[in-house]
Design a protein. Structure first.
Lengths: 692, 318, 315
């Protein structure tokens, strides 16, 4: 059967003030009826441009300059706008990344969906609205009749994405294009949405193009995959084969850069050197050659075409994985260096930071002049944990769980409503004034958004000098020396001192932020999502850097992230947070492999891993439902509204943290997934007494 | 086939399109050897690209020269009236004719221009300086102080300024100096509100918060981080303020409550011209001052728009 | 929503307080006091003292203020000796005529400004965009009175198409019965406002055209026209409505200048004459009224914004 969609040698350009970007440079793809094709790649690879080219939704200045796109045999790439409108929303539906900005904020949800229907079907307004309700029900929106007249901002992120999907499916298209549909969503919601798309695909007999940067998502959802790099396809095959037997060096390198694979062994991640090429002047030869471990002169001069031994598996490389004539060193995927975090945590170490019964409530105010408090957001509710010197404590959780707030409290950007923060034995709240500012030296912060955390009007050198200037440390010469030292530590060149933040790439800015945090020789660094905004290959660089410096400078980290794989890779111990509560804490491997709390289990199950078999096996797992309001959190255990094991007692009594092993693995649950220690001890004692 | 306009690069970044190749980076990073371009320089580049802005600057320079250097070249008697020459036609010794009391019109335009420009620029400066200070303090202090200070601004903005300025002009029979303060006295309110808004926004920026983390005090955050980043908006405001002040002064002059003779400004000259509209064609009394006002204000608007673009592009680059 | 309204009204009252204090203070700035200003330099000291006592100007400020506010609340805005009429009467006579001028002028400016601004955004960077932008710039930079003068010069004095003066008469009916005389004043009034609206619409529509939700609309199959009128128009309009509410000071200023140039018998001209005659009661009364109108305008702007933008309405 002929493919549903066929893209042949597509070329798309974007005309900019400074030149023409060749965003898509000769891409050929097919999508069969009813299958999911995944297009995966890092930022700038052209995957989104390819998706937008299909229906010619390119941004201003963007044009298809060559190639053909056929849908069920009909050529659609050269169509006029009028003709193309018949295809958009009708034969092909599209879902975008950010559902908040992608929906018209001043139009009700029902009206937006019925608009899609009215554009393509000869029906009355009432009938269109009925169809809207029907399709909203299909995507799992609760209480459709009530909510159909609400506005987008009144829905949560996951619900909004469901609305977008409903809108795209209203006219039962044959193909759904989903461009990073879950990137802006929490992991547990992400799983729900991806499952929904899969489910709808089966029910409606649709094909799906899933564009994403996340290899785990691809592993779990795509039937076939195309890996893109610098505007071209590097490799394409079915999912199982791609993960089991990647042929293109780029694909191989990507897998080696993922923390998921290295998590168990804690080995060094492979970080791909360099950056993707500038697409206003694409290089001759293979585009990956500049960064490839095996590149030869032939690679740099001649461009490899997409071919393979079988039609099912094609790649564009002269020296693919497994080829006999490979030059260069054998793949040194990992160094057998065992980092401290691979060892069981040393419980005899000195406690560096102790957080006790920390509480932070934020007032919710309304009103313009006299700000009345209408409620409190319980961001952090009675959280206690310890961090020992030299370890990495990973704090993980989804949005609204309070992890960022805790980071800010520890570092002094906010003051706690109640509770104590003890650093090196001293209660930080009791210190003030100059002594406080001096103590601040020892705890420093790495911000998530490197761009907005660096003053755009200051040069890098000035930014780095500022901590020293504020603390009055060292003479000018000594400060200079320290700045040079720091730049070396983080791997930035000395010329960086004269540059402005916008002149650095994302990864370099993160290093700069890291260097700034290190300037005062802190003992503890709180890192708030430091790698979340980075591509996989850059992420690997920064993670490696963090580990190297931890070893070299004896640092302790409080590592905050929503990405479980990264947290597991980097941390000695993990704390899992949900809606302001610490629900589980313990050694990283123990928590990950034998979670005691249902939420931890759900989180682990929801997080996509780059292993197709494991992903398929996770079909029914995950966390259902939506995040409750933090202003009125559920009574008793806050997770009970979404917990499959919840019973009456969960609503009445808040479960305390109970130990589950001798390694201080604790969880707060009435019906945990592991056996708590005292139960074990009791059971053993009973068994022993019975024997006796 | 449309070419993207300024500020559009930020839209592209959403699609992950690298719009400018960042410096190449190794495991460590070797930055390409381009000269570091400061924010000021990049802003200047965008500004200079805008041809209208360059025209604007040229016009403004010309006006300044015309008004201040002109009288040195084209000498006329602007002190003694000469009723015999009243409303004489252009030509001969008087290139643009004479006004209703016998002053040489061209020379009068220069003198009037001096007043218009001086008052315009000075009023704008005073208003912007005071307004910035007020707005910044209010924005920083936050809470009750902010509310209170802004209430005053709201109250001030509720009074139709033209009415109050007319009343005050009637009371004080202003000289140019008084006019400066009169105009500034109302213009600062708008500036204060804008600067306060800007301050509030900047306060939440992470790089301002970062100062606290390294142990710095609030005052440092204000002086070293907020003010330099707010300057863009303030400069743009100041530019438009000059044009607005010239127009306000002209309006007051027209109503007869502006500067009083022998001082004059372009607006007053227009007012005098009005009386000669009905009987006969006295175009040199009407068009020249009006056109000078229009041209100057348009030029300033060009500059202001270009400045705004220049600052915005800088901020939007990612 | 009700709570919001109540809070805004409370704010209004606070602002009104500041304003009335300030206005009364203004009066005292007249050299020699308001009575001296009214009676002129030739009045004797006894006469001045007499009237001071009569009008209560010898009392402490807060007493004067209290009395004055009391008067205001009873609708007594004072009396104009020069015109031999109560200020309230003066307002009743002249305000309707000014409203006709302002209303028509604003309407014309909106009718042209909004569609042309949208057109400019759609045809951005083309010749027509530049031409229209040029016209807008002229609108900003041309003093209202000068533009009015030019119109009179070209269309009235030279070519006699329209009469050089505005319709005369003491009632709205008389004014409206001379429509040809209204044309020039209305156009002159509308020019600056037109520039404001069209410039705003242009930039607002341009901003909206690159928003994500517009891309979604296109992805649904909506035509450019539908995108523009069904989606963008509504979103841009919200801010124009708010702008309207906030532009009262500009509306008032325009009214004064146009009425003076065209000799239009409205409040603007009356205010101007009162200033020249130092008729302080009229000046004060008019100022308070205009301020009240501005405050109410701000309130309406806020309320309309809350009504039109569902994000504000439902949070």
């Amino acid at each position: 059967m002929a493919p549903l969609l066929e893209i042949s040698d597509l070329h798309t350009e974007i005309r900019l003030r400074q030149g023409v970007v060749h965003a898509v440079d000769g891409v050929s793809l097919q999508v069969e009826h009813g299958e999911t094709l995944g297009i995966v790649g890092e930022s700038g690879c052209g995957k989104t441009m390819t998706a937008l080219s299909i229906m010619n939704l390119l941004p201003t200045g963007g044009h298809i300059t060559g190639g053909s796109i056929t849908l069920a045999g009909t050529e659609i790439s050269g169509l006029s706008d009028d003709a193309l409108r018949n295809v958009r929303g009708n034969e092909i539906g599209m879902v975008f990344q950010d559902p908040l900005t992608s929906l018209n904020p001043t139009m009700t949800v029902g009206k937006q969906i019925s608009e899609a229907v009215l554009l393509h079907r000869e029906v009355s307004k009432e009938q269109a609205m009925d169809r809207a309700a029907e399709v909203l029900d299909l995507v799992g929106l609760p209480r459709v009749r009530e909510r159909i007249n609400e506005y987008p901002h009144q829905f949560s992120g996951g619900m909004r994405q469901r609305v977008m999907i409903a809108m795209a499916l209203a006219c039962e298209p044959k193909l759904l294009i989903a461009d990073e549909p879950t990137t802006a969503l929490d992991v547990t919601i992400q799983k729900q949405i991806l499952e929904l798309i899969d489910d709808l695909r089966r029910r409606l007999g649709m094909a799906v193009i899933l564009v994403t940067h996340d290899l785990g998502v691809i592993a779990g959802r795509a039937d076939r995959v195309a890996v893109m790099y610098a505007g071209k396809i590097a490799e394409t095959t079915d999912t199982g084969t791609l993960f089991a037997n990647p042929r293109h060096p780029y694909t191989e390198a990507l897998f080696h850069a993922l923390p998921d694979k290295a998590a168990a062994t804690r080995q060094r991640l492979y970080s791909i050197p360099g950056l993707p090429p500038d697409l206003t002047h694409p290089p001759t030869g293979c585009r990956f050659a500049a960064r490839c471990r095996y590149a030869t002169d032939r690679c740099r001069e001649e461009e490899p075409t997409l071919r393979g031994e079988t039609v099912q598996h094609e790649f564009a490389c002269f020296y693919p994985v497994g080829a006999a004539e490979r030059a260069g060193a054998a793949v040194a995927a990992s160094e057998p260096v065992t980092y401290a975090s691979a060892l069981p945590p040393d419980t005899s170490g000195e406690t560096l930071l102790r957080v006790q019964k920390l509480v932070k409530d934020f007032p919710v105010t309304k009103g313009v002049v006299l700000q009345r408090r209408v409620g409190w957001v319980s961001a952090v509710a009675d959280v206690s944990f310890e961090i020992r010197r030299g370890e990495t404590f990973g704090l993980v959780g989804e949005s609204g769980c309070g992890k960022t707030t805790i980071g800010r409290l520890v570092v002094g950007l906010d003051t706690p409503t109640a509770g104590a923060i003890n650093f090196e034995g001293k209660d930080l709240a009791k210190v003030s004034g100059r002594q406080y500012r001096r103590d601040r030296r020892k705890i420093q912060f790495m911000f998530q958004d490197s761009y907005s955390s660096l003053d755009p009007r200051m040069r890098a050198g000035t930014i780095l000098r500022e901590p020293l200037a504020v603390q009055g440390m060292g003479s000018k010469a000594e400060q200079q020396k320290r700045i040079s030292e720091m730049l070396d530590h983080v791997g930035l060149p000395q010329t960086a001192v004269d540059r402005y933040p916008h002149e650095f790439s994302g990864g370099q800015r993160q290093r700069l932020g890291f260097a700034r945090a290190l300037m005062l020789s802190p003992d503890l660094i709180v890192a708030d999502e430091p790698v979340s905004a980075l591509d996989v290959s850059i992420q690997a660089q920064v993670l490696n850097l963090m580990r190297d410096l931890q070893r070299e400078l004896g640092l302790t980290y409080l590592f905050i992230s929503h990405d479980l794989a990264v947290v597991r890779y980097l941390s000695t111990r993990i704390g899992v947070m949900y809606l302001g509560k610490l629900v589980e804490v313990g050694p990283a491997d123990e928590v990950y492999l034998t979670p005691a709390h249902p939420y931890t289990r759900g989180l682990i199950d929801s997080a996509p891993t780059p292993d197709p078999h494991a992903e398929r096996a996770k079909v029914d797992a995950g966390v259902r439902g939506e995040l409750p309001s933090a202003i009125h959190p559920p009574s008793g255990c806050r997770f009970r509204t979404r917990c499959p094991l919840a019973q009456e007692i969960c609503a009445e009594v808040e479960p305390p943290l109970r130990p589950f092993s001798v390694n201080s693995h604790q969880a707060a649950c009435h019906f945990p997934l592991q056996t708590p220690i005292e139960v074990e001890i009791a059971a053993t004692a009973t068994a022993q007494s019975q024997e006796a | 086939m449309t070419i993207m306009g300024p500020g559009a690069e930020s839209q592209l970044s959403q699609f992950g399109v690298l719009t400018e190749a960042p410096p190449a980076e190794g495991e460590g990073g070797v930055l390409t050897a381009t000269k570091p371009r400061s924010a000021l320089r990049r802003g200047w580049e965008v500004f200079a690209e805008n041809r209208l802005a360059l025209v604007g600057v040229g016009v403004v320079v010309f006006m300044v020269l015309f008004c201040f250097v002109g009288p040195l070249i084209y000498r006329t008697n602007q002190i003694n009236t000469n009723l015999q020459l009243a409303t004489c036609r252009p030509g001969g010794a008087h290139l643009l004719g004479c006004d209703e009391v016998g002053y040489d019109q061209l020379g009068r335009l220069m003198v009037g221009g001096q007043t218009s420009l001086e008052v315009g620029i000075a009023a704008a400066l005073v208003a912007v300086l005071f307004g910035t200070l007020y707005g910044a303090v209010s924005g920083f202090a936050g809470g009750f102080i902010d509310s209170f200070l802004m209430r005053i601004v709201d109250a001030g903005l509720s009074i139709p300024y033209i009415m109050v300025v007319i009343i005050l002009s009637v009371i004080f029979h202003p000289s140019p100096i008084i006019m400066i303060f009169l105009i500034a006295a109302f213009y600062w309110l708008g500036v204060a509100r804008l600067v306060r808004g800007e301050t509030l926004t900047l306060r939440t920026r992470e790089y301002v918060q970062a100062v606290k983390v390294i142990g710095g005090r609030d005052i440092r955050a204000v002086v070293r981080h907020v003010v330099p980043n707010a300057i863009g908006t303030i400069v743009v405001q100041a530019t438009f303020a000059v044009a607005d002040s010239i127009l306000i002064l002209a309006g007051l002059g027209f109503l007869g409550v502006g500067v009083q003779p022998p001082a004059t400004d372009w607006g007053s000259m227009l007012s005098n011209g009005l009386t000669y509209m009905q009987g006969g064609n006295y175009w040199w009394l009407i068009y020249p001052p009006g056109i000078l006002i229009i041209v100057t204000c348009i030029a300033i608007n060009f500059i202001g728009d270009a400045l705004r673009d220049a600052f915005e592009t800088r901020l939007q680059r990612r | 929503m009700i709570g919001y309204l109540i809070r805004r009204i409370l704010q209004m009252l606070i602002v009104l307080f500041f304003v009335t204090v300030f206005t009364l203070f203004l009066v005292h700035l007249f050299p020699g006091g308001p009575i001296r200003a009214l009676l002129g330099p030739r009045a004797t000291v006894e006469q001045v003292a007499y009237f001071n006592k009569l009008y209560g100007f010898d009392q402490p400020f807060y007493v004067q203020y209290g009395k004055w506010v009391w008067q205001l609340l009873h609708g007594n805005l004072g009396y104009s000796p020069k015109l031999n009429q109560t200020v309230t009467g003066l307002i009743a006579q002249d305000l309707p005529k000014t409203i006709v001028l302002v209303g028509l002028g604003t309407l014309v400016s909106l009718v042209f400004g909004i569609p042309l601004g949208m057109y400019q955004a759609v045809k951005r960077y083309t010749v027509s965009d530049y031409v229209l932008t040029g016209i807008s710039f002229l609108g900003y930079a041309t003093p209202t009175f000068f533009f009015a003068l030019l119109l009179v010069e070209w269309f009235a004095v030279d070519s006699h198409i329209f009469p050089p003066f505005a319709p005369q008469g003491s009632s709205v009916g008389q004014v409206l019965s001379q429509p040809r005389a209204l044309v020039l004043p209305v156009i002159a009034y509308a020019f600056l406002l037109y520039a404001l609206w069209s410039r705003y619409m242009r930039s607002s529509v341009m901003d909206n055209l690159v928003q994500d939700y517009v891309r979604t609309a296109r992805a649904k199959g909506a035509s450019e026209r539908r995108v523009l009128w069904g989606h963008i128009f509504r979103n841009s309009l919200t801010a124009i409505v708010t702008l309207l509410g906030l532009s009262l000071p500009t509306l008032v200023a325009g009214a004064i200048f146009i009425e003076v140039v065209f000799n239009y018998p409205g409040m603007g001209l009356a205010f101007y004459n009162a200033a020249l005659n130092v008729d302080y009661q009229t000046l004060l009364g008019f100022t308070v009224l205009a301020t009240l109108a501005t405050i109410v305008g701000n309130l309406l702007a806020d309320v309309s914004y809350a009504v039109l933008d569902p994000r504000v309405r439902y949070t």
